[in-house]
Design a binder for this molecule. Structure first.
Ligand code: UDP
Length: 387
């Protein structure tokens, strides 16, 4: 084996690690099961010139200048600030729910009262997770919190996760807090932009290094086995003593011996549309599944530097991940419950005495990383491997 490092997966975790280690002089082999690089950030152009995010919209945003510096070596950017509207009681209002949302949904007198109370309680430009807002005992704020819970979080979360908003880890709904502000952007990060030629082009450039060999269409599980008795990694039956960075499903790596970890999946119905078919790049449908069985509709053209006349819509339908099923066969999100976190910990425990195995990324670490946070994490892990 001529490689110092084997990496399973060519998404953010795998590609950033590969580049970082190759630049430190390592010979790196990247094995990617799919026939393309980029993981779920993979994008491709359709016949109308629309750049479609094949695994759903990916919006880059960060406050981390080091991450921007690193990624900027592989792409130019164009500014892009994502805006989302939610379909509530027949109207479309800003999500995260903010002061404008209140104005659009309540009569002027009630809206003024609610805004005044919110600002008095929290101050302007503050973000309040819905589960925290619901604890507020002021009658007006409490009533508003219940309204927002019902109309923004309750059904969307049930559709998205198959669990109620009070059953799932509170950090999940806290990603989209109520915003005491008129700022209608989905994110407030200092850097908000998209790679000029898309994510795939950025990944291609990142992986283009003499020290990196990428093999697509290759399932690492056909080569690697973790020997938990002898605490070693086997590659085609031989002990591999280099570093093994694994970015796939941790339960799969360990032959599902403690059962399947729950992941959430999505299916996308993508259709050609005319520019302007909906009023925002993404419209959320926080309505019950019986009314709208999907969570959101995005316009891929609106996420480009300029939107082509013929664009493409993507309707998102959440599913439980199933490795053998017909639908939901791509794992997207770990599903955080007390039971799943415990199950994950048992898997991780099996690897703790095998120092050349490194779990990295959403699937392997069972964490809800954004693109910037996994880039940061991969740089950190590889930094410590290089020493
Ligand atoms: N959420 C919701 N209603 C919305 C938007 C978000 O209930 O209109 C909740 C839901 O539980 C969702 C979570 O907030 O899964 C995080 O949303 P985000 O947009 O960050 O999800 P992602 O873009 O990562 O899929």
């Amino acid at each position: 084996m001529k490689y110092d490092v084997i990496i399973a997966g060519a998404g953010y975790a795998g590609a950033v690690s590969a580049r970082c280690l190759a630049e430190a002089g390592k010979q790196v082999l990247v094995l990617e099961k799919r026939d393309h690089i980029g993981g779920n950030a993979y994008d491709a152009y359709d016949d109308n010139g629309v750049r479609r995010h094949v695994y759903g919209p990916h919006l880059f945003h960060t406050n981390n200048g080091n991450v921007v510096d690193f990624l900027s070596r592989f792409t130019d950017w164009y500014p892009y600030e994502h805006r989302v509207l939610g379909y509530i009681e027949g109207k479309t209002v800003p999500i995260p729910f903010n002061l404008t949302s209140i104005e659009k949904l309540f009569d002027p007198e009630t809206a003024d009262h609610l805004k005044t109370e919110l600002i008095k309680a929290y101050g302007m430009e503050r973000k309040v997770p819905i589960l925290e807002l619901r604890k507020n005992e002021d009658p007006a704020i409490n009533q508003l919190a219940e309204y927002i819970f019902e109309h923004v979080f309750k059904y969307y979360t049930m559709k998205q996760w198959g669990y109620g908003a009070e059953e799932i880890d509170p950090a999940v709904t806290a990603r989209v807090p109520v915003h005491v502000s008129y700022d209608d952007r989905y994110f407030q990060d200092a850097y908000q932009m998209m790679p000029k030629d898309g994510y795939t082009a950025m990944f291609k450039c990142m992986l283009d290094h003499d020290g990196i060999t990428v093999v697509t269409g290759c399932d690492v599980m056909e080569h690697i086995r973790i020997d938990t008795e002898q605490h070693q990694v086997l590659y085609d039956g031989e002990a591999f003593t280099g570093e093994f960075i694994y970015t796939g499903l941790v339960d799969q790596l360990l032959e599902y011996r403690y059962g399947d970890l729950p992941y959430r999946s999505l299916e996308f119905d993508v259709q050609e549309e005319t520019k302007g078919f909906q009023p925002a790049a993404t419209v959320n449908y926080p309505t019950p599944a019986e009314i709208h069985p999907f969570t959101r509709i995005s316009d891929y053209g609106m996420m480009m530097e300029s939107c082509p006349e013929k664009t493409a819509s993507a309707v998102e339908y959440p599913y439980a991940y199933s490795r053998n099923g017909e639908k939901g066969t791509v794992p997207y999100y770990p599903v955080f419950t007390d039971a799943s976190k415990e199950q994950y910990a048992r898997y991780a425990e099996l690897l703790k005495d095998i120092p050349n195995v490194h779990l990295l990324g959403r699937l392997a670490e069972y964490r809800y990383y954004n693109m910037d946070s996994i880039t940061e994490r991969a740089l950190e892990v590889c930094g410590s491997l290089i020493g």
